[in-house]
Design a protein around this ligand. Structure first.
Ligand code: BES
Ligand code: MN
Ligand code: MN
Length: 459
């Protein structure tokens, strides 16, 4: 396959087109950006059409539409289903951005914008790799695109979508670039993602905000009760205290853990990059283990009472928090949601009332290294990086990946080109220009090797 010359000839346009997409603030979480989310869907639909795809359309869901496109060459050939998302996280707080989040610019070889990496930059590599294969007559198999607009809000309508469109989505493998690699010098393929349960909790004390002098000391303060309840979710060894929580967690052997520890990781650089003096986590596990093979509970936000200017002496009526659990492969989100809810309610003293709402849930993922999905990704990276990639587990979640297996019976190749330091979901999100082009260069080889491997298997 010859891809470099086409890439070189068209690289400026490949960047400009991505910038056009990044300028559309497709924040799925905020109703204010509803029209922009639709516009971002239409933008990429039109680019897929220009690149040579057929049946390019927006398929409505109860939420934001799925962008679908395909190129069918022959029923004898395998089909790659490309998944990505065109929605992005909110850009707040805006004042911490060095350049405005929806005005992309390149500084020091990096594209700065909300969605630069997660996942517009990474999804767009697939659109351009497809164009390249089409325009140079090198597409080796069938391809379908499915780009969703609700990933950042939990992909709530996607399971229904997969069930409803099983035939349309019929394929042999799913290909996703929405994860990270170790570095451009050390390529890796993701073999594990964590699952997730996300809750909002509400604690109510007295029936109204009270004068904290008249009542303080005699009536439960819901903020303080909530803080106590959250603290009680972990013991002093930072082990989660929810009964039954670890029942389905796989314990790895010391050999497996030693092998995983081979992956390059610089703890000093990690701390420095985050501006922390020390890491903190479950006793008995390394930093990498704590974020990959171990589950966790995190408080994502907490509010209540008076937070305005100056002092207001108040004993608030209510306190709230958003709390999420990251799960590992075998843990069932439904079961964990029940265990969390029961335990959290049991922590409440009689002086308050507590409500727990489950907002979203998703299963963890393991990609077997002997699957064609993994092998094709590894061969592709080896080809363009000149080095065998390392299999890595990651801490983030992409809930739909487990549904691809459950509903469509498909394995997924998690071939991401981002870096952990790309500031996903944070101010100044960025994506290396070199990573973007390396992705476009590598993707055609995934198609090539996957086609080769699956034809060999058929024989
Ligand atoms: N692309 C990320 C997931 C990710 C990030 C995987 C880094 C591996 C490394 C995805 O867009 C994301 O943010 N997922 C959410 C899921 C949630 C909204 C249901 C997450 O992990 O918090
Ligand atoms: Mn993503
Ligand atoms: Mn994300």
């Amino acid at each position: 396959m010859e891809v470099r010359s086409y890439l070189q000839q068209h690289q400026d346009r490949f960047l400009d087109e991505l910038f056009g997409w990044l300028r559309i603030p497709s924040v799925s979480a905020d109703p204010k950006f509803r029209d922009d989310v639709f516009e971002a869907a239409e933008y990429v639909r039109a680019r897929l059409e220009e690149a040579g795809a057929d049946n390019c359309r927006l398929i409505p869901t109860k939420g934001f539409p799925v962008v679908f496109a395909e190129k069918r060459l022959s029923p004898e050939l395998p089909t790659v289903l490309v998944y990505g998302h065109y929605d992005v996280q909110p850009a707040d707080p805006y004042d911490l951005w060095q350049s405005p989040p929806f005005e992309p610019e390149v500084r020091n070889g990096k594209i700065y914008a909300r969605g630069a990496c997660d996942d517009k930059g990474q999804s767009y590599m697939h659109v351009k790799a497809f164009e390249l294969m089409m325009k140079t007559g090198q597409l080796p198999c069938n391809v379908k695109f499915m780009l969703e607009g609700e990933e950042e809000v939990g992909s709530v309508h996607l399971e229904g979508f997969l069930k409803e469109h099983k035939d349309l989505l019929k394929a042999d493998v799913v290909l996703v670039s929405d994860t990270a690699m170790i570095s451009l010098d050390c390529p890796s393929v993701t073999i594990g993602l964590r699952g997730l349960c996300y809750f909002e909790v509400e604690v109510t004390g007295p029936n109204r905000d009270l004068h904290s002098g008249t009542y303080g000391g005699a009536v439960a303060n819901p903020i303080q009760v909530l803080a106590r309840m959250i603290t009680a979710l972990k013991d002093e060894r930072l082990h989660i205290t929810i009964p039954g929580f670890y029942d389905d967690v796989i314990e790895y052997s010391s050999e497996q853990r030693a092998e995983m520890a081979q992956r390059p990781f610089d703890l000093e650089a990690y701390k420095k990059e985050l501006g922390i003096h020390e890491v903190e986590g479950e006793a008995g596990y390394s930093t990498l283990e704590r974020t990959t093979i171990r589950p966790t509970v995190e408080c994502n936000g907490i509010w209540g009472g008076y937070t305005g200017a100056g002092a207001k002496t108040v004993l608030p009526s209510k306190a709230y928090a958003k709390i999420s659990c990251r799960l590992v492969a075998n843990q069932q989100p439904e079961r964990i949601a029940q265990l969390f809810t029961d335990y959290f309610l049991s922590l409440a003293p009689r002086s308050v009332q507590v409500k727990v709402h489950l907002l979203s849930a998703g299963h963890g993922v393991i990609v077997p290294t002997d699957s064609l999905a993994y092998r094709a990704a590894a061969l592709a990276l080896e080809h363009t990086f000149g080095k065998k990639p390392i299999p890595t587990m990651e801490g983030g979640s992409i809930p739909v990946v487990a549904s691809f297996e459950k509903i469509l019976g498909l394995k997924t190749a998690l071939m991401g080109f981002g870096l952990d330091t790309d500031a996903l979901h944070s101010p100044n999100e960025n994506f290396g220009v070199a990573n973007y082009f390396k992705g476009i260069e590598t993707i055609p080889f995934f198609y090539h090797y996957f086609t080769q491997l699956s034809m060999q298997q058929q024989k």
